[in-house]
Design a protein around this ligand. Structure first.
Ligand code: SF4
Length: 370
């Protein structure tokens, strides 16, 4: 993370987390009363999505720290809960939805951690099995260079039994976590893609081999693992390259240590298209056979998705028949054709994942109703 400017909301200035970050960054900070001036500064930049990656705003989260993942009712959502630690990302993937999701996008880190911990403790006290992750509005581990949040979260989750934390990343910043007594209550997860996609569409992220090496280190320390092939991108030769990634994955990682693998194909809000065209001139990902789906997003024509998923699932299942594979935001037809069952036949996707987490992460608690 290369921070060029540091802004602090006045109401966030007197927090221990703010003081820690200021001493770590050793750069002048500007106290502001209203983030609007920061947003305007970013919006005036010739490349606002890039500008927002080097401006850090320390703020209080005034909303809920725990919230439901914003899936839509049209596709099967996994029922995951987001721990809202901050927004945006210092890496730069062409397909990143966050470029279009925030207006304008800015690196924002929430500093009222006592309130965050209180929300978590309230949740833990329910004794209900839950999957909670920080990698939806940001990458889970990019913040470690400014504040050691992940070790604190691993420790908090290790002291209860019903909930599991999933830290999802494209980085390799795992050293601070390796010696921790996690009690299997943190799943270390990596987004994986082909080497061509990583090289051409994911600026500033770790190489595939480095991600797998980091996963291996975590496995040696007993962390449960997960992998997310999302977004899978169609291009000439992609099938063989995705199969090669799976080959590499299982040549290094024992399937017994994997809680789940998710698959999702490239999809985007129409507002993302002009951003990708402007910022990633060499990228061809937005030019393909897309249809506008019922949720308003552009998706590959369904038979193309089914073909790609089927090839990848075959490769996974031939090496790891027991691993739970699921789709992020797909419909029953895709599930039936690629996995041979709908989520409903197995109790629904949230229940499938809760049961799997309970078994692999040794959770105990009530399964949520419905
Ligand atoms: S790593 Fe994730 S959050 Fe960061 S730019 Fe890439 S897609 Fe976006």
């Amino acid at each position: 993370m290369k921070i060029r400017k540091l802004y602090i909301e006045r109401s966030a200035a007197d927090y221990p987390v703010t003081r820690h970050i200021c001493s770590r960054l050793e750069m002048p900070a500007q106290i502001i009363d209203n983030p609007e001036s920061v947003y305007q500064e970013i919006a005036r930049s010739p490349d606002p999505e890039k500008a927002g990656k080097s401006i850090l705003l320390l703020a209080r989260n005034r909303g809920a720290f725990l919230r439901d993942c914003p899936g839509t009712s049209y596709y099967t959502c996994c029922g995951y809960q987001i721990l809202h630690i901050g927004t945006y990302c210092s890496m730069d993937c062409a397909y990143c939805i966050l470029q279009a999701y925030f207006h304008p996008p800015v690196l924002q880190f929430f500093v009222n951690h006592a309130e965050m911990e209180a929300s978590l403790q309230q949740h833990f006290a329910k004794g209900e099995i839950a999957r909670i992750g920080t990698g939806e509005f940001t990458d889970s581990l990019i913040w470690e260079s400014v504040y050691p949040l992940a070790p604190r979260l691993v420790e908090l989750f290790s002291r209860q039994k019903a909930c599991v934390l999933e830290l999802k990343t494209k980085t390799t910043v795992v050293e601070p976590l390796l010696g921790l007594a996690h009690h299997k209550k943190t799943i270390m997860a990596w987004s994986l893609n082909t080497e061509a996609v990583i090289a051409n569409q994911e600026r500033g992220t770790a190489a595939l081999g480095a991600r797998l090496a980091a996963a291996e280190k975590c496995r040696k320390q007993g962390f449960p693992l997960a992998f997310h092939f999302d977004p899978m991108i169609l291009y000439n030769g992609c099938y063989a390259e995705y199969e090669n990634v799976i080959e590499q994955l299982f040549s290094r990682i024992d399937p017994a240590g994997i809680v789940w693998i998710s698959l999702g194909s490239f999809r985007f809000m129409p507002e993302l298209k002009p951003i990708v065209a402007r910022r990633f001139a060499g990228s061809k990902i937005i030019y393909n056979e897309f249809i506008r789906a019922i949720d308003g997003k552009m998706r590959y024509f369904k038979p193309l998705r089914i073909q790609l998923y089927s090839r990848v699932i075959e490769a996974i299942k031939s090496r790891a028949p027991e691993v739970l594979v699921y789709f992020c935001m797909e419909d029953d037809e895709v599930w039936q054709k690629c996995l041979g069952h709908s989520p409903a036949e197995k109790g629904g996707l949230p229940m499938m994942l809760d049961q799997r987490a309970a078994r692999k992460c040794e959770l105990s608690g009530r399964f949520p109703a419905g």
